[in-house]
Ligand binder design. Structure first.
Ligand code: SF4
Length: 87
């Protein structure tokens, strides 16, 4: 299966951004952002020129900072400490 079309990737990114805003725009801490960036940097789905994920089309500059987001391949997920403290 090939890379999704540019339009589909933009739609997916727009949905991720909307979900992020609806969730209250939670941000990762620096350690988690670095952990996610390290995983993406070693992933063969990374578009290094645009720093975008070829699976979801998201701009990783933003997505790795959004605490509510997950990797579409399950390579990084929401860590417990990144979830709300209001539990
Ligand atoms: S979000 Fe996941 S699939 Fe996409 S580049 Fe990063 S590690 Fe790879």
């Amino acid at each position: 299966m090939g890379k999704p079309s540019f339009i589909k990737q933009l739609v997916t990114f727009a949905k991720a951004a909307t979900d992020h805003l609806v969730a209250g725009a939670p941000q990762t801490n620096d350690d988690e952002k670095e952990r996610r960036a390290d995983i993406c940097d070693s992933c063969n789905e990374l578009d290094r020129e645009q720093y975008r994920c070829n699976v979801c089309g998201c701009y990783l500059k933003y997505k790795i900072s959004w605490a509510d987001q997950t990797c579409p391949k399950g390579k990084w997920n929401i860590k417990k400490e990144e979830q709300s403290d209001d539990v």
